[in-house]
Design a protein around this ligand. Structure first.
Ligand code: 5GP
Length: 185
């Protein structure tokens, strides 16, 4: 039989509750609604991690909005990114007549979004901004700030609300600190 763990065996503690996440998403949705009223807006979600946040966020935006997805993977171990980004799926619409917001789950070193910002800027959108659910400013390796930033968290490896450990745990509705014994052997 497969040696499958119970979900609690992966988790150390809740870092951000469901209620705090809901409040953060509602607030960001309201700001985006106000800032982009009357403008042609596209949200570009970064798969896989960004899908939970994007799906909640779009329902808090009260203006017409298009959405699309890109998929990236970064080389490295399961809890450390290397900063080398590989584009697996691109969007298929031009951006030169649109305002763009890239929607990410978390900013850590900032390398992924620096790469994506440069890639999208080259397509000449009307404007280009970043929206992230969580941010670990202490970990930055390059200067990068999200115009729409949800909740700052400490330097911990987190899971849930779209964020994974080794492909699993994205389905947790809260944000948890991953138990260190899972990856420190
Ligand atoms: P960056 O390029 O800013 O270092 O990292 C961005 C990506 O690394 C995120 O989109 C996410 O996939 C992954 N990442 C960074 N920190 C964490 C974390 O604490 N937990 C999880 N599950 N992924 C993370």
């Amino acid at each position: 039989m497969d040696n499958i763990k119970e979900i609690n065996e992966y988790l150390d503690r809740v870092l951000v509750s469901k209620e705090q996440i809901q409040e953060m998403v509602a607030d960001l949705g309201k700001r985006i609604t106000e800032d982009y009223n009357g403008k042609k807006l596209i949200l570009i979600g970064v798969l896989k991690g960004g899908f939970v946040f994007l799906s909640d966020l779009v329902r808090e935006i009260k203006i017409p909005v298009e959405m699309d997805f890109i998929a990236v993977s970064s080389y490295g171990s399961s809890t450390k990114t290397s900063g080398v980004v590989r584009l697996i799926k691109d969007i298929d619409v031009p951006l030169n007549d649109k305002h763009v917001i890239i929607v990410e789950d978390i900013i850590d070193s900032g390398l992924t979004l620096t790469y994506l910002k440069e890639m999208f800027a080259a397509r000449n959108p009307l404007s280009l901004k970043i929206c992230t659910a969580f941010d670990k400013p202490e970990r930055r390796k390059v200067e990068l700030k999200a115009e729409y930033s949800g909740i700052e968290i400490p330097d911990e490896y987190v899971v849930g609300y779209g964020l994974d450990y080794d492909g699993i745990l994205r389905n947790l509705p809260e944000l948890y600190v991953l138990d260190r014994k899972i990856y420190e052997k």
